[in-house]
Design a protein around this ligand. Structure first.
Ligand code: NAP
Length: 285
């Protein structure tokens, strides 16, 4: 984007807080790269203004928006259409304004799977343990069982949330399946796990010195260990796994690929992974 003028399109982020988000950096870089006359801004929206914010996208003819914590579910009643992915997950992180029709997408889990594939990881025939059962875990489980012939175990403090994911997502016709829900105390008894994925905020800056369920989590060097946290770039969990000889997968890749997919939804254009990784690592370190 060379300058802001009367023809400048707007894409925004809706969440609370939004001040630490890296999305404006990613998407404004993309608009500049492709010489698109649009701008990406962050709007902090309180719970009682979610409806007005979403209707504002339509009223002001924004190109679209991202949605982040805590509004990914709250926005759904005000949208005109949902993709099948977003409906299954029950949450939206990307909205496109299609000539006044607001379509809700979820690119979080897709971004995680694209990141794995980009690094050459194939999760077919793998036994995967997801730690955590919040919104991110749910979006990842949906994408994993749609993409790979895999078995998923969900481990969460609150077993009810994990069971809810299992009960709503075991759908005939998908290649993968959720086979068990467990509490952290049962982690030690798990055998044959090939992949652990941390979907909790444990280990996130500024509380970097923690590993989720450290006393119960048993790792060995044959495993792939993934973390969704991208600040710090390398969490204590990933450092421990790497030191043991495990393959590791960083949360920054999910952030980058969910954004690449969202940018394509709004503009039809691709963003370059390598340049974004460099750009964002400079922000995180
Ligand atoms: P969420 O909906 O709030 O869910 C949090 C999950 O973590 C819940 O299952 C919760 O368990 C568990 N949890 C929270 N604190 C815990 C603790 N101290 N010990 C053990 N378990 C704990 O959050 P979310 O949206 O799923 O996000 C989860 C993580 O993923 C965050 O760190 C977020 O930054 C990251 N994330 C990264 C990306 C990316 O692009 N890389 C995208 C989305 C999210 P209970 O159910 O028992 O409370």
């Amino acid at each position: 984007m060379k300058s802001i003028n009367a023809g400048t399109g707007t894409v925004c982020l809706i969440g609370n807080p939004t001040v630490y988000s890296l999305s404006p950096i990613i998407h404004n870089y993309g608009f500049g790269l492709h010489n698109i006359n649009s701008v990406y801004v962050a709007h902090t929206v309180e719970d009682n203004y979610v409806k007005e914010a979403i209707y504002g996208i339509k009223a002001l003819n924004y190109v679209g928006c991202n949605v982040t914590y805590p509004h990914k579910t709250n926005v759904i009643p005000f949208l005109d259409e949902l993709t099948s992915e977003a409906r299954l997950i029950g949450a939206v992180n990307t909205i496109k304004n299609e000539n006044g029709k607001l379509v809700g997408y979820n690119t979080d889990g897709l971004g995680f799977v694209e990141g794995l594939k980009n690094r050459g990881f194939d999760l077919n025939n793998k036994n995967i343990c997801i730690i955590g059962a919040g919104g991110a875990a749910r979006s990842i489980v949906v994408s994993l069982i749609k993409e790979f012939d895999c078995n998923v175990t969900i481990c969460n403090r609150n077993i009810g949330t994990a069971a809810d994911i299992m009960n709503t997502l075991n759908i005939d016709g998908l290649p993968g399946r959720i086979t068990a829900c467990i509490t952290p105390s049962q982690l030690k008894a798990l055998c044959d796990i090939n992949v652990f994925i941390n979907c909790t905020p444990v280990g996130m800056s500024p509380n970097e010195d923690f590993i989720p369920f450290e006393d119960e989590l048993v790792l060995d060097e044959s495993m792939l260990v993934c973390d969704l946290i991208y600040k710090p770039y390398e969490t204590k969990l990933l450092k421990k796994a790497k030191d043991m000889g495990c393959d590791v997968h960083y949360g920054l890749d999910m952030l980058i690929f969910q954004a690449i997919i969202a940018f394509k939804i709004w503009t039809g254009k691709d963003l370059p992974y390598e340049q974004l990784e460099l750009l964002l690592k400079r922000q995180i370190y």
